[in-house]
Design a protein around this ligand. Structure first.
Ligand SMILES: Cc1ncc(COP(=O)(O)O)c(C=O)c1O
Length: 385
């Protein structure tokens, strides 16, 4: 018999039963009144979840599609972009801009660290022609949370009109992000993260400044054209066939998200992240991220003599616990524990119970229960943000 699986990766994340049931509802006419009411309701809910007063667009695509949409709707070929990659997904964002013809400068930051305001402002001061800055809210490949509020303010202190495009795919709902209050222009999210939905939808928040840029942006676009989407959305529709099942699921997921409330969601993610870090360290393992630890996932270095790949494999085969590996140059260097979205404290306890047993079986000396008691202590304590 195959083991029951505990999915502890940083996306796709587990989907609650009520959302799964919503996904299985019969099809409706995507041009009919039921769909229009459904879409209008989820767009209103998304605005609240995004903390924005402007309509949020929904495209059937994974998060990468949303990043491409952010770029091609904001820029013209040849325009200057300052990208701030702190890991694999920041690199991808920069690569998309390059592929679409932007002239991209990368601010170099060692993996495991956040980008600093000083590095960003220095790059912008040397490049006054910069049209857009690319930032990653939560870098999923390393487990680092950038300080978007400070970075956006720092960028604007040098270039007041620069566009700020943010990949918030794995960070939104796990950590605070305020597009309107912080002056962010295009903010991208992805359904398979803290939204508790399957992969397949990307959400984009668009500021008035981004709309002004959109009118002049000449990068080619069709499917991801903001203007076409906005025109259809004004009538409660989409220009092309929407992912109706995922929109059903989104309605139920938004009920959960807004029912909990954003502050409670941020606090829950922070508590789980702190408890995970405490348990990792109690087991004598080291964290890969050196500061500004992610509330959505924790990246872990295996103990001396053990490989991340072997630990992951034993967790999965012997205990049914699925954690993620690293990416790019740190592929087999770390493993990553996701604790975003529909993940419970009991899921974390199960994960660390399995991890203790895997480490012991592999010959790494672990005091039985040491990780678990650190975890429980932190979970019981009242984390503040
Ligand atoms: C921060 C970040 N950016 C971009 C992506 C890419 O999203 P997708 O795989 O949905 O295209 C991910 C996915 O994990 C991510 O975590």
């Amino acid at each position: 018999m195959s083991l029951k699986q505990l999915l502890m990766i940083p996306g796709p994340t587990p989907v609650p039963d009520d959302v799964l049931r919503a996904l299985s509802q019969p099809m409706i006419n995507h041009r009919g009144p039921e769909y229009i009411a459904l879409q209008n309701s989820v767009v209103a809910g998304l605005q609240t979840a995004f903390q924005t007063e402007f309509p949020v667009q929904i495209y059937p695509a994974s998060g990468t599609g949303g990043l491409e949409a952010a770029v091609v709707n904001s820029l013209s070929p040849g325009e200057g972009v300052v990208a701030c990659p702190v890991g694999a997904f920041g690199d991808r964002f920069a690569e998309i801009a390059e592929t679409m013809g932007a002239s991209v400068h990368r601010v170099a930051t060692p993996w495991g660290e956040p980008v600093t305001c000083e590095a960003l402002t220095a790059a912008l001061a040397e490049r006054p022609e910069t049209r857009a800055v690319l930032l990653t809210h939560n870098e999923t490949s390393t487990g680092v949370l950038n300080d978007i509020e400070a970075l956006a303010a720092a960028a604007r202190s040098v270039l007041p009109e620069v566009l700020i495009l943010v990949d918030a795919i794995s960070g939104m709902l796990a950590a605070d992000l305020r597009p309107d209050a912080w002056g962010l222009d295009v903010v991208v999210a992805g359904s398979q993260k803290a939204w508790m939905l399957p992969p397949g939808l990307t959400f984009l928040g668009i500021s008035p400044r981004a709309w002004e840029a959109n009118a002049k942006a000449r990068m080619p676009r069709f499917y991801f054209d903001f203007k076409r989407m906005a025109k259809s959305m004004a009538t409660g529709q989409t220009p092309y066939t929407p992912a109706v099942s995922l929109i059903y699921g989104l309605e139920v997921a938004l009920g959960r998200i807004l029912g909990e409330g954003l502050p409670a969601s941020f606090l829950r993610h922070e508590r789980m992240a702190r408890a995970t870090r405490a348990a990792v360290e109690a087991l004598g393992l080291r964290l890969f991220a050196r500061s500004r630890h992610s509330p959505a996932l924790t990246s872990v270095l295996p103990p001396e003599g053990l490989s991340a790949r072997d630990i992951r494999s034993a967790l999965r085969k012997d205990h049914g616990v699925v954690v993620a590996g690293g990416q790019g140059p740190i592929k087999d260097v770390i493993f990553r524990i996701g604790h975003l979205g529909y993940v419970s404290e009991a899921d974390l306890l199960g994960t660390f119970s399995a991890l203790e047993r895997v480490l012991t079986a592999a010959g790494h000396p672990v005091e039985p229960g040491s990780g678990l008691s650190a975890l429980e202590r932190e979970l019981a304590g009242g984390a503040t943000l």
